[in-house]
Design a protein around this ligand. Structure first.
Ligand code: GAP
Length: 548
């Protein structure tokens, strides 16, 4: 079993991603831009396949006449594609304007900025001198980093490191300060040489701001890039109801870009400043909402497993009450054990939130706050709503039961980039295969689910002569209308297999001498390496069957 959690494995995945054209740093020729990533030729296909699989499985392929396993009843699904810049009032009523922030902390010495909750530290002492050494490194790198920093701070040689007395393990700086076991004056910042350089933590709103129109400058022109796709769905709820025949329960799905000015983007694409979300807002009767919440949590969990993520590296985690977002009355996260995390740690792939009627009511009445267990419109000093709602009626009238109510919402909210990264990490394997002479050769292979694989099949003439390329090109042309495939005649067949293994191509079809005699080819399976002979005329149907 390969060690799945280590930074060097992650480094090799990042290196493959770059070398094979999956993911590049944005604006790389100018030195790159932190938190922004571009998808290369293979990456764009992988991510598109992932989004297409999601859209197909959740929306386009949904059978609205059937009661799916675990669902309380049949339901409908539809979609939207909303703008990135929306009316600023949307974000005031949603709560993002007031509440969508992280705590940041600056270092006066190094001029660097950190997310407060990302800093960890521990007490170190040497010959009567004590300091709370911090680091912003995560996973297995954090503890060795504090050792190196303490060594430097106390001016010790490598062989003197054992003289450092440690006052316990790593703990969150935020919690240590809150508990009074450390102060900022005692704290050595992650890039500082002396303690006391960290500022008091400050709030930092994560929404990117922009200005609309030529007369930019006035506060009236101030707008925001959406930090989630969800709000476009809520503000269009009535449009969808009025223009389509959907009835509660139903869901509206959207895939699109979101933007967050993350203080410390990190871990490759995991925490980016520009990323894509795949969100569903599912509208149901309040009384049925708990059952729908369970349905969506389990359905989304199963989706990742069906697409091949290793069960042992996935975790479903219900949030504790103090972890819930301002709108949520229940949330579960689907998390993945990314290799850049320490063993036992998981990173969020998707959140499934029971949002109650918070969003629709906020956009009707104005920004809501929780009070005495209920939601009320937040008022300013003048007694008026702090952020005024649209005043539009976003309730739903059930013409069969003759009931009117504000639907409750269940929101499965997934990140397309995080999921792409999880599938990439999970698929990454290093093993040994026999080369053309039967000798073991190490290979890197992406064992991607065929639905996600950027290229489904490669067609390879064994040699570039004797009529083999012609047969292979005919086969390529027969297959291409049905699936992404590649024709490759360059290099030894072993090297061509290796190239396709690294790209995650599940099947290679090789045209050889026998093909010319009996119109068969070898079909090589990427994972089992089994090679079987199949009739050329049956290849299209065979691979289409395998894909479906
Ligand atoms: N509408 C609810 C919402 O946006 P969220 O948990 O903030 O909830 C949902 O985001 C998903 O979006 C996350 O589970 C994650 O997959 C993705 N996501 C959030 N912030 C991200 C970031 N900075 N970079 C990449 N993906 C991110």
């Amino acid at each position: 079993m390969q060690n799945q959690n280590d930074q060097s494995r992650m480094d090799r995945i990042v290196s493959l991603a770059k070398r094979r054209g999956f993911i590049f740093q944005s604006s790389e020729i100018y030195g790159g831009l932190n938190g922004f990533w571009d998808y290369g030729p293979l990456g764009v296909a992988l991510k598109r396949n992932l989004k297409d699989a999601w859209w197909h499985d959740m929306v386009a392929g949904h059978d609205e006449l059937a009661t799916l396993a675990g669902a309380p009843s049949p339901y409908e699904m539809t979609g939207l594609d909303c703008t990135i810049i929306m009316h600023p009032q949307v974000w005031k009523c949603s709560g993002h304007f007031d509440l969508f922030h992280d705590w940041m902390i600056d270092c006066r010495e190094s001029k660097r900025r950190y997310r407060y909750d990302h800093l960890h530290g521990r007490w170190a002492a040497h010959r009567g001198k004590k300091v709370f050494v911090t680091t912003d490194a995560s996973g297995d790198e954090a503890a060795p980093e504090t050792v190196a920093r303490a060594q430097k701070f106390f001016g010790l040689r490598a062989k003197q490191v054992d003289e450092i007395e440690w006052g316990g393990g790593l703990e969150s700086l935020q919690q240590a300060i809150a508990a009074g076991s450390a102060t900022l004056a005692d704290t050595l910042g992650p890039d500082a040489t002396a303690p006391g350089s960290l500022t008091e933590p400050r709030e930092f709103n994560l929404m990117f701001e922009t200005r609309i129109g030529a007369l930019a400058g006035d506060d009236e022109d101030r707008a925001f890039l959406r930090p989630e796709t969800a709000q476009g769905i809520f503000v269009n709820f009535k449009n969808v109801l009025d223009t389509s025949r959907v009835r509660v329960p139903f869901g509206i799905a959207q895939v699109g870009k979101s933007f967050r000015n993350e203080i410390t983007p990190r871990n490759f694409t995991f925490r980016s400043r520009e990323f894509e979300q795949m969100e569903i807002e599912f509208f149901c009767k309040p009384a049925d909402s708990a059952a729908w919440y369970r349905y969506w949590r389990d359905r989304r969990w199963k989706w990742y497993l069906d697409l091949g993520l290793t069960a042992g590296r996935l975790q479903l985690r219900e949030h504790a009450a103090d972890e819930l977002s301002h709108y949520s009355v229940g949330t579960a996260d689907i998390e993945y054990a990314f290799p850049f995390l320490a063993a036992g740690e998981f990173g969020e792939l998707e959140g499934i939130a029971h949002r109650g009627d918070f969003d629709l009511r906020s956009h009707m009445e104005g920004k809501l706050v929780r009070q005495d267990g209920g939601l009320v419109v937040e008022t300013g000093p003048d007694g008026k709503p702090r952020h005024k709602g649209s005043g539009k009626d976003l309730s739903y009238f059930d013409d069969i039961t003759r009931e009117r109510f504000v639907p409750h919402v269940i929101e499965p909210s997934a990140g397309a980039d995080r999921a792409t990264l999880a599938f990439l990490c999970d698929a990454y394997h290093e093993d040994e295969v026999p080369d053309e002479d039967g000798k073991p050769r190490s290979r890197t292979v992406l064992k991607l689910h065929p639905r996600l694989a950027p290229v489904k099949a490669a067609i390879l003439p064994l040699v570039k002569k004797d009529g083999m390329p012609e047969v292979a090109i005919d086969l390529y042309r027969a297959l291409k209308p049905h699936m992404a495939c590649q024709y490759d005649e360059k290099g030894s067949v072993g090297r061509r297999y290796a190239r396709q293994d690294e790209a995650g191509t599940p099947w290679c079809l090789t045209v050889d001498g026998q093909s010319l005699a009996d119109r068969t080819v070898t079909l090589r399976d990427r994972d089992s390496l089994v090679q079987q002979r199949v009739a050329i005329d049956e290849v299209v149907d065979l691979l289409r069957d395998k894909l479906s």
